[in-house]
Design a protein around this ligand. Structure first.
Ligand code: ATP
Length: 305
């Protein structure tokens, strides 16, 4: 009986492992599904970045997700959106939920192609370069980081497969998560994710920051989490992001206006159109949508305090 039990038990373990892997793949492909929308052009070139931080430009970009058979939009999401992020500068996009902010990041990463206008990096239309070279140049710190059911070391190394242990530790230190990891019973070998140690929202964001530091991209996209962390974690995360953004071209998709005050330019989106743009002080003085949102979030901050 025992002889039979052992292999059956073993099969059970294997079955659970396979099921878990499939769940991981599902989640991954759920995320990457949009990749199938675009393909490399024949003869696509490698993206050439002239300096440490490139110029990113959106020119009159129109876009809608759902198309009818003749290519027309069922619902257009972006209307003639244009902006330039100078090399090393930081542009923040704000606007009500659903105004199209995250869509800008998806288009830059070329999950989808624009319907009108174009997006360039150092003057190259992103449709003319290989997706591999485009995505290698962009580091995204997403709203919600997917952790694999694997060691925390593996989860950080995902930013640059093949990185050495020392490089991983250096990235974790820069993201201020090294001490936390070192304090775990199994250290960097600790299994995290759904079946392992559950990390808090702030810890997950730090893993994402460590991944991005390891990837060392020329362009940084920070899609800020909608669910607020506590103020102290939030401020610490902001400091770490500021440090890695300092010599990179940065696009911030912002949900809290307190995080955009220092941006070189703020773009206010309303129903897919740029309705205001400028620095924080100028936008407040304008007394428009930004000033309204600022006042509203100020009131919320006061209530929360
Ligand atoms: P939030 O602040 O809530 O994150 P957002 O300004 O980032 O919102 P987007 O995520 O860019 O908004 O979405 C803009 C519009 O596009 C929304 O109406 C949304 O429902 C729609 N949308 C987003 N993703 C898809 C998709 N994959 N397919 C169809 N419509 C989508």
């Amino acid at each position: 009986m025992i002889q039979l039990y052992v292999p059956l038990n073993f099969l059970g373990v294997i079955y659970r492992e396979i099921k878990q892997s499939i769940a991981d793949m599902d989640r991954l492909f759920g995320l990457l599904e949009q990749h199938r929308e675009v393909a490399d052009r024949p003869g696509a070139q490698t993206l050439a970045i002239r300096s440490r931080a490139p110029e990113v430009r959106f020119e009159q970009v129109d876009f809608g997700y759902d198309k009818t058979a003749d290519g027309a939009h069922k619902r257009q999401i972006l209307f003639g959106v244009g902006f330039t992020i100078a090399p090393g500068a930081k542009l923040a996009v704000v606007g009500h939920s659903g105004s199209g902010k995250s869509t800008l990041a998806r288009l830059l990463f070329r999950f989808y192609d624009v319907d009108g206008g174009r997006i360039t990096i150092d003057g190259q239309d992103i449709r003319d370069v290989t997706q591999q070279s485009l995505r290698a140049a962009i580091g995204i710190v997403p709203q919600d980081t997917v952790l694999f059911n694997d060691s925390i070391e593996y989860n950080i190394a995902y930013g640059r497969p093949g990185a050495s242990h020392d490089e991983i530790v250096a990235a974790a230190r820069a993201a201020h998560i090294h001490d936390f990891i070192a304090g775990l019973p199994d250290g960097y070998a600790t299994v995290v994710g759904e079946r392992g140690l559950k990390l808090s929202g702030g810890e997950k964001q730090r893993v994402a920051i460590a991944r991005t530091i390891l990837k060392n991209p020329a362009i940084l996209v920070f899609d800020e989490a909608t669910s607020a962390l506590d103020t102290r974690s939030e401020q610490a995360i902001q400091r770490e992001l500021k440090a890695i953004a300092s010599d990179r071209t940065t696009l911030v998709i912002a949900h809290r206006l307190s995080t955009v005050v220092d941006a070189d330019e703020i773009l206010v989106l309303d129903k897919g159109r740029v309705v205001e743009r400028g620095g924080h002080a100028a936008l407040l003085a304008l007394g428009g949508l930004y000033a309204q949102m600022w006042a509203l979030q100020g009131a919320e901050r006061a209530v929360a305090a």
